[in-house]
Design a binder for this molecule. Structure first.
Ligand code: GDP
Length: 358
């Protein structure tokens, strides 16, 4: 699936760069363009991809702090400029646009749903938001901002691809090492997903194509992704169990939104050397996914790739009815109520789009 990536805010820019680098290093060429947009000049200076500073007239390159309402306004005023920057690449062959942001900050939290809305007005291709949820130990403003942003992204984007910052970090990591690890994991998983719809070697009916990714995400709401791999045997018959077991690991231990298994739809992509992938294994794993997720719409296919391993990538669409999301929304609502009783850092900014973040 050919994608154009737009990162909004600090986390958005870093993750977009990680995705672009992964795609480049692997030689996939699924990423057609990558742009980082921010209100804070200092965050853009650290990136190697194309960058665009917005809102200088309002915040003079210093960022919006945690004010996601101001960020939504600034994005609304600058959306045309942002879209012009990528227009050529979007109109020549992109099959989806992916707007990436940390939902708990300011610029990305408010800017990403607003940009998704504006992009959808102009382009026919699906617009996804790849959003990062704050970890449990982050402060109240992050939780509250993320709650409002999440709700708005679900409404404005064709699907919100959600990554929980608590999902993939290791306990020994410092904050920045933890972010790097999560960003690499995001780049690998989504990078493989985008590239899987691009595979041309070993073309056959079983190879995943872009429309299967788009159809899996068609129900909207929240989507999540998981991945696991193991060494492959040379004889495909011996890989039946390897494929079912990596699929189980992907779903049960590695989803970007943990404990959210009930889904409207699913896609299983099995990556590996075509002569080692067992059809029986893929079909068995796909059926198992249908049972576990309660979805009758689980697609399955291959991603031919030259590797000594076999890997399962699991994409679930429509996972928003999970306890995990309820629990997060409760955390976000409590944080917002707590903030309203003390000083509300969002107060005092007039915004036409206040409602948009609700
Ligand atoms: P913004 O620049 O105002 O949009 O704010 P940030 O992008 O810094 O958003 C803050 C939120 O994103 C917090 O919840 C952080 O935990 C998260 N965050 C910041 N940087 C990173 C990063 O590099 N990776 C990940 N996964 N999350 C990040």
């Amino acid at each position: 699936m050919k994608v154009v990536l737009i990162g909004v805010g600090q986390a958005g820019g870093k993750i977009t760069q990680a995705l672009a680098e992964f795609d480049y290093d692997m030689g996939f060429e699924a990423v057609q363009g990558a742009l980082a947009v921010n209100t804070a000049q200092a965050d853009l200076r650290e990136l190697d991809i194309d960058t665009q500073l917005i809102g200088q007239d309002r915040v003079k390159g210093h960022g919006v702090g945690g004010d996601n309402e101001l960020a939504a306004q600034i994005m609304e005023e600058n959306a045309t400029e942002v879209m012009n920057e990528l227009d050529g690449r979007i109109s020549t062959g992109a099959e989806a646009i992916v707007v990436t942001a940390g939902l708990g900050g300011g610029t990305g939290s408010g800017g990403a749903p607003m940009l998704a809305r504006e992009l959808k007005r102009i382009y026919d291709v699906p617009v996804y938001v790849l959003g990062v949820l704050p970890g449990r130990d982050e402060g109240g403003i992050y939780q509250a901002n993320a709650g409002r942003s999440l709700k708005t992204c679900v409404r404005e984007a064709d699907s919100l691809l959600l990554v929980d910052n608590d999902a993939w970090k290791a306990s020994e990591d410092s904050l920045s090492a933890g972010f790097d690890r999560i960003n690499d994991a995001i780049a690998q998983r989504f990078g493989l997903l985008f590239a899987s719809g691009e595979a041309v070697d070993g073309v056959g009916e079983s190879v995943v194509d872009s429309s299967e990714i788009i159809n899996t995400l068609r129900s909207g709401g929240i989507a999540s992704i998981g991945y696991a791999s193991a060494p492959a045997a040379e004889d495909p018959g011996e890989n039946v169990n390897v494929i079912t077991s990596v699929t189980r690991n992907a779903l049960l231990t590695s989803m970007s939104l943990p404990d959210a298994i009930d889904a409207d739809s699913g896609l299983l992509v099995v990556a590996g050397r075509p002569d080692r992938i067992s059809r029986k294994g893929v079909e068995r794993a796909r059926k198992w996914l249908e049972e576990e997720t309660g979805s009758l719409e689980v697609r399955g296919g291959d991603f031919p790739i030259d590797s000594g391993k076999v890997a399962s990538l699991v994409l679930l669409g429509g996972v928003e009815r999970s306890n995990r999301v309820d629990e997060f929304m409760e955390r976000a609502t409590a944080a917002r109520e707590g903030m309203a009783e003390t000083t509300d850092p969002l107060e005092g900014f007039e915004s036409d789009d206040l409602d948009d973040l609700m």
